[in-house]
Design a protein around this ligand. Structure first.
Ligand code: PLP
Length: 297
């Protein structure tokens, strides 16, 4: 089955898809992105992804390449054309093509839009969650606006590679005070001895993950004790449980931090239960299919 990509208005064969050499995303990482999980052929929480995209674009003063509703049509068309039901859609918006110069092009040029999609079978992800994963910790050496979902990801790339080389699934960034910020591509959580679930507040120091937001809502609905506060590596190692969240990993239990077992070294009931609960939220609420609203461009 040939893969299809979307590039600046056209659906093209994935292998032949390309952008201009002076696309500012390519030369300056001047762009933003979103990764939206696809489950049962439907985009998970399109509305929140569009809202976050709008925020990232606004912070960088990049225009929408098209309305959120039109973009939603492209994303869904990509799922259809690539004929898969479980996987992800990736979209990237750059400031556009212009002769290389750090300052914005003047006059402004049309933003660039690329969308790719790919199947990702559920079983390996479920198996991984069933076993739990290991994380390592490394100093957070990123810029001060990681709340913007920018395509400039070099520290995240190096962090993830360090994790791979250490035989771990994820690297947790740690700030100058010893507090965990988040993972290279996931948000970080622990469960305290008293059963509170703890995650860092979504200020400028982390990306406000969509899965994180869903879990925060879920905690409110199910009256779980939620504490949005920083936690240290030491606290995490001695926590009852730890887990990570992202669109494609959903809730994945962490069983080892820097080689130390968390809890009894096996996925715990909180993380496992929250993974199930989040799947049920998607099933019940039709959150998948909520299309983006168009105002606020
Ligand atoms: N934090 C970072 C740095 C990320 O890159 C990601 C996802 O790519 C997340 C957190 C999780 O966000 P989401 O739940 O929207 O996938």
């Amino acid at each position: 089955m040939p893969r299809i990509a979307y590039v600046n208005g056209r659906y093209v064969a994935h292998g032949a898809a390309s952008v201009h050499v002076e696309d500012r995303g390519y030369q300056l990482a001047d762009g933003v992105y979103e990764v939206c999980a696809v489950s049962d052929g439907r985009l998970l929480d399109e509305r929140r992804h569009m809202e976050r995209l709008g925020r990232s674009l606004g912070e960088l003063r990049i225009r929408w390449p098209m309305t959120p509703a039109a973009l939603g049509v492209v994303l869904r068309e990509m799922v259809r054309r690539n004929r898969f039901s479980e996987g992800l859609v990736y979209l990237q918006v750059t400031r556009g093509v212009a002769p290389r110069d750090h300052a914005f092009p003047a006059p402004a040029v049309a933003p660039g839009l690329v969308v790719t999609a790919r199947a990702m079978p559920v079983e390996p992800r479920d198996r991984r969650a069933g076993e739990g994963v290991a994380v390592i910790t490394i100093p957070d050496n990123r810029w001060a606006r990681v709340d913007i979902k920018s395509i400039s990801l070099l520290p995240n790339v190096l962090a993830k590679q360090a994790a791979r080389e250490a035989g771990a699934f994820e690297a947790w960034f740690v700030d100058g005070k010893g507090f965990v910020t988040e993972g290279a591509s996931t948000n970080a959580w622990i469960v305290t001895a008293k059963g509170a679930i703890v995650t860092r507040p979504a200020d400028h120091g982390i990306l406000r993950g969509i899965t994180r937001s869903i879990l925060v809502d879920l905690a409110g609905r199910d009256r779980l004790r939620l504490e949005e506060r920083p936690f240290s590596v030491k606290e995490a190692i001695s926590a009852r449980e730890a887990f990570l969240t992202s669109a494609t990993a959903a809730v994945t239990p962490i069983v080892k931090i820097d080689g130390h077992a968390v809890g009894n070294g096996r996925p715990g009931p909180f993380a496992t239960g929250l993974r199930k609960a989040i799947a049920a939220v998607f099933e019940r609420s039709g959150i998948h299919s909520t299309p983006a609203a168009d105002p606020k461009l």
